[in-house]
Design a protein around this ligand. Structure first.
Ligand code: PHE
Length: 449
């Protein structure tokens, strides 16, 4: 495929920034802390770290590599790679699963991001004087209000679509260049505040005090699924961003930087959040409401809580926004490159589809809460379908395609890893990742429990 016509990031750092922007999202700041809270703290953290190193990083490199070598949207990239390898067209499934999965994720991601927007606006007025019961009512009231949920979902989709409309460099790259430094600055500020005014050492103990007893099969599986989600794996986002990467850049080294940054943000955000929670003597294991109910309670009583609270929610908005644009781009690139649609029409079409599904997600919390498939409401259904089925499946196929279908010499020339490091990475993709992922599947379908 002719790569001269496609847009490219302006530098290696631009690629790192946008990819970190995709990876760092609600997964790090909303999902990771509450999952750590409900899965036994340090045990979950340890297994999650092992999964990032053993499965996540090798797959991140592989997915970015496929994108750059394929030079196309996820479907077209897989088409040219399969042709190059003389392999079946069935491998195009990697592209389709990614594009569809990204849209499914965005439909509920945008609804959660909408909650965050509501809380950002509330944080402007501060949480002073609110007690536990009142904060519980605020969250329950929001979930029960279809119009409010849909309105915020609409705002968030418009924000995300607006950036993607601007294109690869003028839209996506520019937005990340503004928001990501802002995100890091706020995060460090919050952490400093946590060290001085809250209970950072209790947070540290909670996250890193190793307790092997607390590790069970459930914790391992939750941690593996989360490693996929937080690194944006298998959903075409990394592949599409990789396809805009120049030939001269080392995929291996940049992927390592991205994974390290994503992990650091999760750990630092976790430290900051739990330092506030413990300083106020609050409970860590409350579930998805952790940053929406428990954290504002901490903000309501701590010194400078209003400022800290507002900065915190701005940080979460930045994180969610730079991730959602990476969920719109794969389908947009597909429509533009495959059907020669204009970018504007493609973005509108994609956003409209996601918006409609998101409306159904918003209604699943209230008017349509009776609608269940396999006992799951639409929100949980989409989360389960993507994180527990589509992402691991795409990851499995990517590992197999890279290390068993593509010519080894092509992989070696593209990835930028030499000698022993290449052998290690290749071996992990050939054996370790597929076996680990198959074990997740067997658990999901109940063969092993
Ligand atoms: N990694 C993002 C997060 O942690 C979510 C995401 C998943 C983004 C898949 C793109 C693709 O919030």
């Amino acid at each position: 495929m002719d790569s001269s016509k496609r847009s490219h990031w302006s530098s290696r750092w631009a690629f790192i920034l946008v990819t970190v922007g995709s990876a760092v999202g609600l997964g790090n700041i909303w999902k990771f802390p509450f999952m750590t809270g409900t899965n036994g703290g340090s045990a979950f953290v340890l297994v999650y770290l092992a999964c990032v190193v053993g499965i996540g990083v090798p797959l991140l490199m592989a997915e970015a590599m496929l994108g750059r070598r394929g030079q196309g949207d996820p479907v077209d990239a897989m088409r040219s790679l399969a042709r190059e390898a003389g392999a079946s067209r069935l491998w195009l499934a990697i592209g389709y699963i990614g594009i569809v999965g990204a849209l499914l994720i965005l439909s509920f991601y945008s609804v959660v991001a909408g909650w965050i927007l509501e809380y950002t606006v509330r944080a402007v007025g501060g949480f002073q004087g609110m007690d536990k019961a009142m904060l519980g009512e605020v969250f329950a009231g929001l979930l029960a209000d279809p119009l409010r949920l849909v309105a915020w979902h609409t705002v968030f989709m418009a924000l995300s679509a607006g950036v993607v409309l601007g294109g690869v460099t003028a839209g996506i790259e520019r937005a990340n260049k503004i928001m990501m430094p802002g995100l890091f600055a706020i995060l460090l500020g919050l952490l400093g505040y946590g060290a001085v005014a809250a209970d950072l050492s209790a947070a540290f103990r909670f996250l890193f005090h190793f307790e092997p007893k607390a590790i069970d099969a459930q914790v391992v599986l939750a941690a593996m699924g989360h490693a996929f989600f937080t690194l944006s794996l298998g959903m075409g986002a990394i592949m599409t961003y990789g396809s805009y990467l120049g030939r001269e850049i080392s995929i291996a080294r940049t992927s390592l930087v991205v994974a390290t940054a994503d992990t650091l943000v999760a750990l630092l955000a976790g430290l900051a959040i739990f330092s506030f929670v413990f300083a106020q003597g609050l409970e860590p294991a409350v579930g998805p409401g952790l940053i929406l109910q428990t954290l504002p309670l901490a903000f309501s009583t701590m010194p400078f809580g209003d400022v800290v609270g507002l900065l915190f929610f701005v940080l979460v908005v930045f994180a969610a926004w730079t991730s959602s644009i990476s969920l719109i781009e794969p389908a947009t690139a597909y429509l533009v490159e495959h059907f020669s649609l204009g970018r504007r029409a493609a973005v509108l079409l994609v956003s409209l589809l996601v918006w409609l599904l998101g409306v159904a997600v918003a209604l699943s919390f209230n008017d349509w809460s009776g609608f269940k498939v396999f006992g799951l409401g639409l929100f949980d259904l989409l989360d389960t379908l993507t994180s527990k089925i589509m992402m691991p499946l795409a990851g499995l196929l990517i590992a197999l395609f890279t290390a068993r279908v593509m010519q080894r010499a092509h992989v070696e020339s593209e990835i930028g890893l030499g000698g022993r490091a290449f052998g290690l990475w290749y071996g992990v993709l050939r054996y370790v990742s597929p076996v680990a992922i198959v074990l997740i599947f067997l658990n999901v379908i109940g063969v092993i429990g």
